[in-house]
Design a protein around this ligand. Structure first.
Ligand SMILES: [Zn+2]
Ligand SMILES: [Zn+2]
Length: 252
């Protein structure tokens, strides 16, 4: 299984990266995209035909889903429109929230179900998609938010935290993963609010407690020092640590 970083800038787009989006490819599996934040549709076009992807959303904050109205336009108005609908997994309100973002007037609503086969995550219930299985687990973030554990046909494991504050659930989610793609949105300063994001220190603690093979840091906002976040994680976790950049590809 391979993961390509379409966008990794935390909370907002950055000067060198779209907001959150990750392309996952595996043998016998259509390309899938984890999160679809601003700028992801453009980056996606460098790698695959956007009409071919399924989308899996961790949560409905703008930085994780707001390029989906663009994907609707692509599928509806492309000169050679795709047949069939795109699979879209997400939290409970996915169709409503994306439909509202795509509406033409304040009291309007775009029914996206002509274009998207929208399905709702059920916590701990595996979703089999081609040769991979995705299992969502609720994490510690204000809206309905999931981390996702992805296992391929060879048993290789990729875990993506989505956005989360520190919690036991994210450690269990990451248990024994070959690659942990973990958010690390801020440094470990004492004035951090609870239950929103991980610091570099906490991302390193999750990786160490879960015994993962490799830690990839992501979702670092433009206003946060990458170097400080990396250094914090390395203090807690002895394995390989890398902060991802847009366009990088990793084999899991
Ligand atoms: Zn975010
Ligand atoms: Zn969020």
């Amino acid at each position: 299984m391979r993961i390509t970083v379409l966008g990794c800038s935390g909370s907002v787009s950055g000067p060198d990266s779209p907001a959150s989006g990750y392309l996952v490819s595996a043998p016998g599996t259509a390309p899938l995209v984890l999160d679809f934040g601003p700028g992801v549709l453009g980056a996606l076009q460098r790698h695959v035909d956007p009409a071919e992807v399924a989308v899996f959303l961790t949560h409905l904050h703008a930085d994780h889903c707001l390029d989906l109205p663009g994907l609707l336009v692509w599928r509806r108005y492309h000169p050679a429109p795709p047949t069939g609908r795109a699979l879209l997994y997400g939290p409970s309100d996915t169709a409503t929230r994306v439909g509202t973002a795509s509406a033409e007037a304040a009291d309007d609503f775009d029914d996206i179900t002509d274009t998207m086969d929208v399905r709702t995550w059920t916590e701990h219930e595996p979703v089999v998609f081609g040769g991979v299985t995705l299992t969502p687990v609720r994490v510690n973030h204000p809206p309905e938010s999931y981390g996702v554990r992805i296992v391929d046909a060879d048993g290789r494991v990729l875990v993506y935290t989505g956005d989360t504050g520190m919690c036991d659930a994210v450690v269990e989610l990451a248990r024994g993963a070959d690659v942990l793609l973990s958010e690390a949105s801020w440094t470990h300063s004492p004035d951090r609010p609870e239950g929103i994001h991980l610091s570099g220190t906490e991302a390193g603690q999750v990786a160490a407690r879960a015994g993962v093979g490799q830690l990839l840091l992501t979702h670092i906002p433009p206003w946060t020092s990458r170097e400080d976040v990396i250094a914090e994680a390395k203090e807690q976790y002895a394995g390989p640590v890398h902060a991802v950049t847009a366009g990088e590809t990793f084999t899991v």
